[in-house]
Design a binder for this molecule. Structure first.
Ligand code: UD1
Length: 414
């Protein structure tokens, strides 16, 4: 891609990857046909579909794009390594399989580009509900004759652990209380879906979730919430390149803290009947701010590569602190440095000194969000930027190059 000046136009925000994957896992809880609307056409959804298919669940797209999931009576409660290894979020099938079938064999997820990502909180929470686990040859063998509601206090508001527990608790006997639960909008979306299946989940979106177990659930029809991280990507793009765009379908109420930060940097964002309107007027540089990632409603760790990229050409110095994942989630910084960014790293912190301009270079996408951030950097870098490893971006983004091109950017997929 090459710089092509200001962006202008409308992009339609896809459904949230991090919600769609969990809703798909939730279909393991009850036999029948589900309709999931606005499921993004991305590779991670394909992997989750493959995983469900390998268990005996039928998944296809209807002509109007709706994902139709049909779970029959027979289901093989197993998640093989070759799929779990491709997508760690596969671990979220553990809770529903245990709840519905009383057993599951799920490969242990290994490390990923961010380093090790433990699942101890998932397992401890499920154990408290009555599950037991044994481990051999990299497989978790899980059993639960009966899941019984209880109070689980999480050490940290882990998104995945909250979801796995929620997905098990809906069919447990009695009341489960999940305390210090994750509050992300995707958790509230999962709870809304489960409630439309007949579950009784209260408090999702707050730190205390209360689940009254039911005997049985039935399939449902549900529209996935919009992807706040995809929306943030196009906000970062207009922040970097300037111009004026509309993000159709985006929800401001899921992005309060980010919108506040972007405002302080000089990006104007406001809510409209269609979604969000965003602009960076004139030739003024962005202003540097300090940023700390935190569980929701704090600034999401997934926004961080985008924000670091924006700070790399902002006026001033911004200190970015990672509080959600281990310190080594900064692989893309070396790539931004190749483009001329002035960033120094120390433990959980990145100190970003804004430079007047970036210069285009061949760079490598280390993961989904960092890959997208490098594309955003390329929108303003002088000369040509080639982002390799674009398959990482496809895991989470529906046609990123096409959407940016529709806004006037000079981007193409080789
Ligand atoms: C989800 C999102 C991911 C996002 C993250 C944090 C999906 C598919 N992925 O990941 O994009 O960056 O939330 O918002 O939805 N931890 C433990 N033990 C556990 C579980 C987690 O120590 O059992 C730690 C993790 O290592 C990490 C922190 O808790 O440091 C948060 O992880 P978690 O919220 O669980 O992230 P994911 O659900 O994996």
């Amino acid at each position: 891609m090459r710089p092509a000046g200001e962006l202008e136009g409308t992009v339609t925000v896809q459904g949230a990857k991090n919600s769609a994957l969990k809703l798909m896992a939730a279909t393991l809880l009850a036999e029948g046909e589900y309709l999931l609307r606005r499921v993004p056409r991305i590779n991670d959804v394909e992997i989750m579909a493959e995983l469900l298919t390998s268990m005996g669940v039928a998944v296809h797209r209807a002509a109007d794009g709706t994902l139709v999931v049909r779970r029959g009576a027979d289901c093989l409660p197993e998640a093989p390594y070759e799929l779990v290894e491709r997508m760690r979020a596969s671990i979220v099938v553990l809770g529903p399989l245990l709840a519905r079938f009383g057993r599951a064999r799920v490969a242990m997820p290994g490390g990923d580009n961010f380093g090790s990502r433990p699942i101890d909180m998932h397992l401890r929470g499920l154990e408290a509900l009555g599950a037991s686990f044994s481990f051999s040859h990299g497989i978790i063998d899980a059993r639960a004759d009966l899941l019984r509601g209880t109070k689980v206090v999480l050490d940290f508001p882990s998104v995945g652990a909250t979801e796995n527990l929620l997905l098990a608790a809906v069919l447990a006997k009695g009341t489960t209380v999940i305390d210090n639960a994750a509050r992300e909008p995707e958790i509230a979306d999962l709870a809304a879906f489960l409630n439309s299946m007949g579950a009784t989940v209260g408090g999702a979106g707050s730190a205390t979730i209360v689940v009254e177990g039911v005997e049985e659930l039935t399939p449902a029809d549900h529209e996935v919430i919009p992807d706040r991280i995809e929306a943030a990507t196009y906000l970062a793009a207009v922040g970097m390149a300037g111009g004026e765009i509309v993000l159709a379908g985006a929800r401001a109420d899921h992005m309060d803290m980010l919108i506040h930060k972007l405002g302080a940097m000089g990006v104007r964002v406001s809510e409209t009947s269609e979604g969000l309107w965003a602009a960076r007027p004139g030739r003024r540089r962005l202003t540097a701010v300090d940023i700390a990632t935190l569980p929701y409603p704090g600034v999401a760790t997934d926004y961080k590569p985008l924000l670091v990229t924006m700070l790399s050409t902002a006026d001033g110095v911004g200190v970015v602190t990672e509080n959600v994942f281990a310190a080594n989630r900064y692989a893309y910084v070396a790539e931004l440095q190749r483009m001329g960014a002035d960033i120094s790293l120390a433990s959980h912190h990145a100190v970003v000194r804004g430079v007047a301009r970036l210069s285009g270079a061949p760079v490598k996408a280390p993961d989904i969000r960092a890959g997208a951030a490098l594309v955003v950097a390329g929108l303003v870098a002088e000369g040509e930027t080639v982002v390799s490893g674009a398959h990482h971006i496809d895991r989470g983004y529906e046609d990123m190059a096409g959407k940016l091109a529709a806004l006037g950017a000079d981007v193409r997929r080789a």
